[in-house]
Design a protein around this ligand. Sequence first.
Ligand code: SAM
Length: 290
Amino acid sequence: MLSYRHAFHAGVHADVFKHLILSLLVRSLLHKDKPFFYLDTHAGAGRYNLGSEMARKNREYETGIGRLWNEASPPEAVRDYLAAVRTINPGRELRWYPGSPRIVRSFLRPRDRMVLCELHPNEARLLSAEFAGDRQVRVEPLDGYQRLKALLPPPERRGLVLIDPAYELKDERRRLLDAIKEGYTRWASGIFAVWYPIQDRAMADDLVRRFKRLNIPKVLLAEFTVLPNKPFRLNGSGMIVINPPWRLDEQLNEALPWLWKRLAIEGQGGFRVEWLAGEQTIAAKGKGFG
Ligand SMILES: C[S@@+](CC[C@H](N)C(=O)[O-])C[C@H]1O[C@@H](n2cnc3c(N)ncnc32)[C@H](O)[C@@H]1O
């Protein structure tokens, strides 16, 4: 039984970190004229009303997007992300937070396309309504792990897969790693971005260790935390990027210190950007990851 509802957490620091990287990845796909394909295996509702009861319960967005909304001159690497948030908030007030589907939709050119998988019936219904009549978007109320196997490689041969589970099921990590392995085998040139929570440091490290055993040759990892390691709290999150575009490491080295200064709670937590495999050019360790 799925019970996770992203509306409680929309716009929290982990969403900001994830969607900032997502924006950089999609932007990199616009450098060539050839169309690209985007698959969101765990898409959520698509957009979130920050005035809703769920969002107002813990007001998590105030620890994330709420602190950036009025930033007048963010660094280059953060601009696209903030522009995507502003696209669905045309007024001066921050009312909506875009989920990953809405963020990516704001970049699509007429021949690009996206498939969004969402298994929770309520979320799937909202997602379908959000993109009703949009011919570039297909919503599938199905298991994203299974669809990943069926949809790869896409005919476009270029694009991005976001795997962003809620980690609420016991065997989630095994299913996730199996899906990555299968997806990469089918489409070794695709970009895959895999988000994970940092609640308990040991659990996050274990996931990264198990991922490394897949022996995928080009992988960048980024982590961002706003609190020190304390179990049962969302201290931060990480993103594993397979086949990262050129200069993603540099862009993150520009964006994350700026982000951390604004979102860290009393100067705690930190960030790191590290090659797990391949490249080994520059990588940065921020505060908290000495
Ligand atoms: C963290 S939320 C997604 C947030 C979204 N990617 C974003 O960034 O806006 C995870 C979503 O995955 C859905 N979900 C859980 N298991 C799934 C599965 N096997 N296939 C598709 N969706 C699933 C949950 O219902 C939930 O809405």
